[in-house]
Every structure is written in structure tokens, then in C-alpha cells.
Design a protein around this ligand. Structure first.
Ligand code: SF4
Ligand code: SF4
Length: 279
């Protein structure tokens, strides 16, 4: 079973939920797909079997001797990654989506396929939790190939995906294929607004969802009323507590210091399994 953990906005507690859930359940793979700022691994400082590799994406390589500067490749490229000048064909690698179309239509066969690295895929193990996370290089605009590569390495029976914030392409890629999406929100008007967008996204992808209310006790009843109206189950509430915030800020899983919470995360998994089975 793959469970993605998402939220419409950053800072709602996705990583808090994902890391503590993984540590409480054990026997899971935790995929940090927030590749622009992965931080799940920081909560597992004692890690074994740590290693990493490059995430390669295809790019065109131009043979300048064969090229006649006809311009068909740059006309075709929807991403404006190619510019043909009388002396040279310029490639802007960060704009290239690696579709291979330019190579297919070049009449001179002057384009072959090369590759370049856009980031690193890291792997490690902490006790019963196997960790995988992507780290996009600074300045790289496309997170989705790296997210796809991280997810392709998942092989456990139970996989938790820590998604990027927002509701754009990287989130879609992180959530895609999951059996259930856990939406973490906070009970404020901001939380409600972003939650409602995230719900539209996962429903559009036909993925069942449930809500974790983080920092409960603050704000108003808007999130609760919305979930009731939309028949979205609230599966867990984590109260606004200074102790939890302090532990998080020190990179400590709060379930290690507040052991009673481990059972609550195990129960959360059971409720998710029930929701998936009832579909
Ligand atoms: S399509 Fe081929 S020949 Fe034409 S400009 Fe591009 S690389 Fe050169
Ligand atoms: S591979 Fe696709 S995206 Fe990249 S330069 Fe060629 S046509 Fe453009």
C-alpha cells in the first residue's frame, strides 16, 4: 500500500506526520519527495547503508558538423530549449523536458541523446524504516523527473510518501499512484482554503483521502465543518503543544518522547486501511 501525505500549503506538518508515522509503524519505506527541500532524513540521524546516486535525465546532443541550421528543431521545441543561430545551435538544458522530439525530426540526423544529472537520490536505513529521498540541485526547475525516480525505487509493502507543498506538478507526481492520500491541515482559514484545493486535486485523480488536523485547538471550526460537508474523514488530530513544536525544532521525533502517540499513529494506519478496503 502506498500512502501519500500532502497538504495544500507548506508548514502544516506533513513531515511531522510522515516521519512519526513511519517510526511508529516500522517496516515501512519513507519516500521524501519534497525534493527541493528534503528534511525527513534529519529525523533519523542514526542511519545505516547510506548511499546515493545521480538522477539522470536525457538531453539532446547536437553534431555541429552535420547540422545545416535549418531551424526545425527549435521550431518544434515547445519549451524553447533550443535556439538556432547561423554559427551554432544553442541548448538551454534546464528548459529541456527530454522528450526526444527534436532528435526524431532532425532531417540530418544531427541530434543524438545525451544525459545530465539534475539531482541526487539518497538511500539509507534507520532501524525498521528504509529511507529514500531526492535532492534537486539548486537552480534546477524541474522536480518531477527526480520525484519519479525516487518513487521508482520503492519496493516495500508499505510506502509513505512525503509530498512537496502546494498543488502543482510536483505534488501530482508525488501523489500519483497512491492508494490513499492523507491531507495534513491546520484549523485556520488559510488551512481550509489550501485544503479545499488539495481535495479537488486528489479527487480529480480518483484517490481517496482523509485529513489530519495539526495544531488543533487554534483557529476556528471551518476545517471541521468543511470535512463534514464533504464527507472527508478526520483521521487524527495533533494538538497545538509547545513540547511537540520544541521536539520538532530539534529534529526529534515526538513519538520517541511521547510514547503514547505511537499507538495513535498505528491506529491511523488501521483507519486508512479500512478506508481503502471500503472503496
Ligand atoms: S533540426 Fe537538425 S539540422 Fe536542423 S537546425 Fe536542428 S540540429 Fe540542425
Ligand atoms: S528533447 Fe524535447 S524538450 Fe528537449 S530540446 Fe528536444 S524537443 Fe525540446
Amino acid at each position: 500500500m502506498m500512502i501519500s501525505v500532502a497538504s495544500g500549503k507548506g508548514g502544516t506538518g506533513k513531515t511531522l506526520v510522515t516521519t512519526n508515522m513511519a517510526a511508529s509503524i516500522g517496516g515501512v519505506e519513507l519516500l521524501d519527495c519534497d525534493v527541493e527541500e528534503p528534511n525527513s532524513y534529519l529525523f533519523f540521524p542514526e542511519m545505516d547503508e547510506r548511499e546515493s546516486s545521480d538522477c539522470m535525465v536525457p538531453i539532446p546532443v547536437i553534431d555541429e558538423d552535420r547540422c545545416t541550421r535549418c531551424g526545425r528543431c527549435s521550431d518544434f521545441c515547445a519549451y524553447h530549449a533550443l535556439a538556432v543561430f547561423p554559427q551554432k545551435v544553442l541548448l538551454f538544458p534546464e528548459l529541456c523536458h527530454g522528450c526526444g522530439g527534436c532528435a526524431l525530426l532532425c532531417p540530418e540526423g544531427a541530434i543524438s541523446e545525451g544525459s545530465r544529472s539534475i539531482g541526487r537520490i539518497h538511500r539509507g536505513r534507520s532501524g525498521e524504516v528504509r529511507l529514500l529521498w531526492g535532492e534537486l540541485f539548486v537552480g534546477e526547475p524541474m522536480a518531477t523527473p527526480l520525484i519519479r525516480a525516487v518513487k521508482a525505487e520503492a519496493r516495500g509493502d508499505l510506502v509513505l510518501v512525503d509530498s512537496p507543498p502546494g498543488t502543482a506538478c510536483p505534488v501530482i507526481e508525488a501523489v500519483r499512484g497512491s492508494d490513499f492520500c492523507l491531507l495534513v491541515t491546520e484549523p485556520t482559514p488559510f488551512g481550509l482554503y489550501d485544503l479545499s484545493i488539495a481535495v479537488q486535486v486528489v479527487r480529480g485523480m480518483d484517490i481517496p483521502c482523509g485529513v489530519v488536523v495539526n495544531r488543533s485547538g487554534i483557529g476556528d471550526r471551518g476545517v471541521y465543518d468543511y470535512c463534514k460537508k464533504e464527507s472527508i474523514p478526520i483521521l487524527l488530530e495533533i494538538p497545538m503543544k509547545r513540547e511537540i513544536a520544541e521536539l520538532y525544532s530539534r529534529g526529534v521525533l515526538f513519538t520517541t518522547a511521547m510514547a503514547e502517540w505511537r499507538d495513535k499513529f498505528v491506529l491511523l494506519l488501521e483507519r486508512i486501511a479500512e478506508e481503502v478496503e471500503s472503496r
